[in-house]
Design a protein around this ligand. Sequence first.
Ligand SMILES: Cc1cc2nc3c(=O)[nH]c(=O)nc-3n(C[C@H](O)[C@H](O)[C@H](O)COP(=O)(O)OP(=O)(O)OC[C@H]3O[C@@H](n4cnc5c(N)ncnc54)[C@H](O)[C@@H]3O)c2cc1C
Ligand code: FES
Length: 345
Amino acid sequence: MKIQINARNRSYQFNVAQGQRILYGGLADGIHLPYECGSGTCGTCKARVTAGQIDDLWPEAPGRRYLKQPGEFLMCQCVARGDVSLEVTNFVYTMDPGACLPSAGSGVVRKPRLLTHDVIAFSVDLESPCDFDAGQFMMMRVPGVAGYRGYSMVNFERGTKRLDFLVKKKPGGEASEWLFSGNIEGQSVDLFGPLGAATFFPALAKNLLLIAGGSGIAGMMSILSRACQEHYFDQYSGHVFFGVRTMKDAFFLEELAGFQREFPQKLAVTIALSDEDVPVAATDQPGLMIDRGFVHEVAARHMKGKYQNMRAYLAGPPPAVDAAIRVLLLEAKLTADNIRYDKFS
Ligand SMILES: Cc1cc2nc3c(=O)[nH]c(=O)nc-3n(C[C@H](O)[C@H](O)[C@H](O)COP(=O)(O)OP(=O)(O)OC[C@H]3O[C@@H](n4cnc5c(N)ncnc54)[C@H](O)[C@@H]3O)c2cc1C
Ligand code: FES
């Protein structure tokens, strides 16, 4: 089935398979359609049908609250019934040559393990190798649950046959219930990706500020892996702020301390505790700093006067990301282009 998209700057055509979400079809064809969450929440993938018919796979999607005009729909939740013409108000470009093109695939869950009472880590062994950029995420569909969920990759490796993830339990969340069921080793999951523009490339040539709330640390670990593999911190500084409620909720401390030990002069890692004072002997990982406060407040305190030539990456719950964006725009005076974020909505 043919999809014709008329964007603000030009038009594109691509094909979608029966049942393929229009957003995923366009992205797989290298067309950078507008999106953020890929899963029906943010409303960024809004488009308007001008000819043809579509089916909405999730008419209750929260992102539909952003639809105002007749014919508007979410490209990440809708499929075409036949040939369709659409209109989007954004500028749309093709992806850069060399970009990791998203595609559909599947994999098998391996080595699930609890990192805290409500955080699980696991790997997905892929049927075929995949490239992704540091900071990207996959859409994942788990057995018996409708729709895809976004999860960021923790590892970084070109041509990898293994993706590492970490997931924070969402009480009552359907995919969460499945992931924490204790019975996922060897089970198959569907994937679409990689997606996301909060990516890090060593050619950036800027100092890095990474601010993560809870499971937002996932993509930061991927960025740190890539930066350390490429000895990026020989030349540029890195400042990592990882916000959790209490020390009991913290994880990956050994791994973060390992990165810090490789570049002790240039890389600083601070754990921000929102709900408890810094305990005596908080961690046996020398090199990690621990401070009290919400992660954006702790970052603002530690970073005063250190924002020169800086690119910031933020990830985590939307209120934490929004608070950090405010600090970076208003206090640090970073330009919007130097603030890359994923809201885990
Ligand atoms: C870019 C991005 C990266 C993320 N990375 C991580 C990460 O690394 N680790 C982590 O813990 N969390 C991450 N999240 C958050 C994670 O995606 C949510 O916590 C997860 O969607 C919760 O799913 P659930 O099934 O447990 O909860 P639910 O409340 O059951 O579902 C939540 C989401 O699933 C989708 N959904 C629900 N029902 C349907 C349906 N019928 N049809 C289609 N879609 C449906 C919607 O997007 C909804 O918002 C990320 C989110 C985004 C946007
Ligand atoms: S990308 Fe479709 S609602 Fe977020």
